[in-house]
Design a protein around this ligand. Sequence first.
Ligand SMILES: C[S@@+](CC[C@H](N)C(=O)[O-])C[C@H]1O[C@@H](n2cnc3c(N)ncnc32)[C@H](O)[C@@H]1O
Length: 279
Amino acid sequence: MPHTNRKKKSSPTTAPGEQKKKVVVHTKRKEVLDEEGWVHVVDTPRTRRSIVSKGAKSLHAGDFELDGVQYINRTLDEMREEFKYWKKSWEADIASVELKKALEGRGEGGVKKCVVLGLGSLQSARREGRRASFTQLAALETLLSIFGLSLRAIRREKIPAVFQEPQFTDTDKQLLRELGYEVVEDPTAFGDIEENSLVYAIHCYADVYKKISEQKRPAIFIGTDVENSGRFTLSETAEVTAKALDEMVKQYEAIDFPQIRHDFSDTKIYWRKNEEAKP
Ligand SMILES: C[S@@+](CC[C@H](N)C(=O)[O-])C[C@H]1O[C@@H](n2cnc3c(N)ncnc32)[C@H](O)[C@@H]1O
């Protein structure tokens, strides 16, 4: 029976739950740092190959699967920690400063509700996917505070901020609700889009953008650059979507979303120019 001691070791440079596996070889024992930051002191040494192959599996396959999507195990507490980490990282990045600068003095009072589509699961087995979703959530909080929709205001004035993402897990929903947001099932959120809405839909698919274009014109739409014709596959839906979006953004002026890694690649902020929104 192998003997295992567990002790916590945290690293300031990696996100919670993202520690890479390290093997420290002593004379006869091995310390194995697992993905949750626990150090296991193992009497019976495992071969290097068995450690590497286990690590590779957890990197690509995830811990469980729902509707064909791979997820990793996370407690609510771990999710809180991870969000705290990526929020801090976003706030320290130049992109966050640039976003605040770009929006200074704009949109005050114009945005009264927020509709967030396709954030992605914060439990995705894809590390880059998780990182993008956490960062997009952190950036959204910056936007909300710029527009005066601080979380305090949301709670006090009950201004709705609605999230819709078919891939959300129960823990995703718990975290978002704890942060003061509403989570709804597809397709409820489309009906929540109004003239005073901020629609936040980063890297969504053509059918999501098509549905957005069929609603009332929101005050602000943040999504994939409409002018980029290569953004969708060449399907019939994609063509219809591209046309509908082109029509929609005629009433808007656009600025680039500040870049951080690929988390906001090809993303624009569209402002409705005229105060009168056309249906
Ligand atoms: C390409 S992913 C983008 C995820 C994340 N925003 C990112 O940038 O990595 C598109 C997301 O849209 C979600 N989605 C698909 N249909 C949707 C719908 N009807 N409403 C909201 N989200 C939807 C998918 O589940 C998927 O997570």
